[in-house]
Design a binder for this molecule. Structure first.
Ligand SMILES: Nc1ncnc2c1ncn2[C@@H]1O[C@H](COP(=O)(O)OP(=O)(O)OP(=O)(O)O)[C@@H](O)[C@H]1O
Length: 564
């Protein structure tokens, strides 16, 4: 865009009702992709938009769709489905429908949208589809199911087709469904593809779906700039990773909401049970959980109910010693695996986790793409964020590949900085951690997974009704033998003074930290005296540290990470 003047929303000839909704969302100006794509889409062009994750692509295609529907409604009273928006996962469909809801608050009667991605309630969706809502959002398979069953007809009136997260459509196995679905569409309609990458798959999809498209490939790196998103790495092997994470959380060196990524579903539970022993609460998110539970977890996290999500986004497999199965074997095992995974789920892809300060790669991602998508869960919109990756010797080549990829994009030598952490200063943490990590056995993990499934069954509203009518079935479910989860030792919730690194001992953690960092048996008077000694300069420094999401534990120098 160079020095050209920025085009604002009110200069795009958008309906007043859309402009009011945008101002309610407190979006001061369009993002780069919105500024570029909205005018082209309003002109009626087919567009392939490639813009970095978190750059606002959803509104870039939903605003013109809504505008187009309002225009058509000015000339015709005929009610029909005008736009079909496809996205590969239920979570993403839910998000798109929610953005449309936000943008149509002032014209909700004129523009109706439904989300048909959930596979559970075909009947109610059929009823809603019979009202011919203006916009239908769904996964390709759900859309095809309804088209085949003639619950919706698009042949006559469809005006716009959007495929979001286009780079995932083939890898989620939707190629055939998309091809078949195109047979149910009219000869002429406007088509849009949105993607964070321009992969081979996107280019193939482009050939199938778009005609003479404008390709918007924004000249910007895949991730937010270093002024907004910082990348750190820390070399550590398995036992130490757990100890470091425990120390970082308990010493409040990680502030704000965090997503911790691990390699497998089992490791999600292993880490959750490990942290539980120190009274650090977290919520698990992975593709094996029912879609409704995943959506609820993201929603509650976004509302601030929990600070930590532990997620697995890989279809990775573990060897008995915790190592990684080589990629070729992984592919074979994946094909054989009978364990039910929801193909319409992708934790690190496109989900708009809001106000995430830190992404922590407890296990390093298996490829560059995965790193980019995990990192894209933070620093979204205009927010700040950091990525901290734990890297084992085995994972070093993967990190180097990510580093050289990012460095190319940012045209710089080094993107991933070294995170200063003096592990020897927190030897006591290591000692406690080792026992806690080992206490989480495979059996404890299996039982935790079982327990969670049972809890979800009990939480499920539909089943609650059923259980009210059939109390003996509920009793049967509850009568199962008690679960042997890892025993929580209450003293582990607190960090005694002697465990603190010397440099942090004199610092008063402040009121909000008293639960986390507490002297073992502080004499009340002594404590008051310490507080009195905690001078304004120290407090000032301490508070400055509080504001940064990720702090370096270079306890000798106490240098904040941002300054290294
Ligand atoms: N013009 C704007 N100003 C400020 N914030 C915005 C604007 N447009 C969108 N956002 C916010 O930016 C965040 C990211 O938007 P969105 O989810 O659409 O990104 P995306 O490009 O689709 O990302 P992904 O590729 O990961 O799906 C959202 O929280 C959204 O509310």
């Amino acid at each position: 865009m160079g020095d050209e003047k920025k085009v604002m929303f009110h200069e795009m000839e958008l309906d007043d009702r859309i402009l009011k909704a945008i101002s309610q969302l407190a979006w001061p100006e369009p993002t780069l992709i919105q500024e570029t794509a909205i005018p082209l889409l309003l002109e009626g062009k087919d567009v392939l938009m490639r813009a970095r994750t978190g750059s606002g692509k959803t509104a870039a295609f939903t605003i013109p769709v809504i505008q187009k529907i309002l225009n058509l409604k000015n000339t015709s009273t005929h009610q029909c489905i005008r736009a079909l928006i496809l996205s590969p996962s239920k979570e993403l469909c839910g998000q798109i429908a929610s953005v449309i809801g936000d943008l149509t608050t002032k014209c909700a009667r004129e523009v109706k949208c439904i989300d048909i991605s959930s596979s559970g309630d075909t009947q109610s969706q059929t009823a809603l589809l019979s009202d011919k809502p203006d916009i239908v959002v769904g996964t390709p398979s759900r859309a095809l199911t309804h088209l085949k069953a003639k619950h919706m007809k698009l042949k006559e009136d469809l005006a716009v087709l959007v495929v979001d997260e286009a780079d995932l459509v083939f890898s989620f196995g939707y190629e055939e469904e998309i091809k078949e679905l195109l047979g149910y569409l009219p000869k002429i309609y406007q088509a849009v593809l949105a993607s964070a990458t321009l992969s081979e798959d996107v280019l193939s999809l482009k050939k199938i779906v778009l005609r003479n498209p404008v390709t918007l490939k924004l000249e910007e790196p895949e991730l937010a700039p270093s002024t907004q998103l910082q990348h750190y790495h820390l070399f550590a092997e398995e036992d130490d990773k757990a100890a470091i994470l425990y120390a970082l959380l308990k010493l409040n060196l990680i502030r704000g909401k965090s997503i911790i990524f691990v390699r497998t579903v089992d490791r999600c539970y292993k880490l959750k049970l490990y942290l539980e022993q120190f009274k650090i609460g977290s919520c698990v998110l992975n593709s094996e959980l029912p879609a409704a539970v995943r959506c609820l977890s993201v929603d509650q996290f976004n509302r601030g109910r929990y600070q930590i999500i532990i997620a697995s986004d890989e279809m990775a497999l573990e060897t008995p010693d915790g190592g990684l199965v080589p990629i070729e074997e992984r592919k074979k095992k994946k094909q054989k695996s009978k364990r039910k995974k929801d193909k319409e789920s992708g934790v690190s892809r496109g989900i708009d986790f809001q106000h995430v300060s830190n992404v922590i790669n407890f296990d390093f991602p298996l490829d560059v793409n995965s790193y980019v998508h995990r990192a894209g869960r933070t620093a979204r919109g205009n927010n700040q964020g950091s990525v901290l990756s734990f890297v084992s010797i085995r994972e070093k080549p993967l990190m180097e590949a990510v580093e050289s990829h990012l460095a190319k994009g940012f045209k710089t030598k080094q993107v991933i900085q070294k995170y200063e952490f003096a592990l020897e200063e927190v030897e006591g943490f290591r000692y406690r951690s080792r026992d806690a990590w080992r206490a989480v056995t495979r059996i404890a993990v299996r039982e935790a997974r079982l327990k969670e499934i049972k809890q979800e069954l009990l939480n499920c509203k539909k089943l609650q009704g059923y259980f009210e009518e059939n109390p003996t079935d509920l009793a049967a479910l509850r009568r199962d033998k008690a679960l042997h989860t890892v025993k929580v030792q209450h003293h582990l919730a607190h960090v005694p003074e002697y465990l603190l690194p010397a440099a942090l001992r004199s610092e008063d953690p402040g009121d909000d930290d008293q639960d986390a960092v507490e002297a073992q048996a502080p004499a009340p008077q002594k404590k008051r005296k310490q507080n009195a000694n905690f001078g304004s300069t120290k407090r000032h420094k301490y508070q400055a540290r509080q504001n940064d999401p990720l702090k370096s534990l270079n306890v000798k120098n106490k240098i904040p990470a941002g300054d290294t």
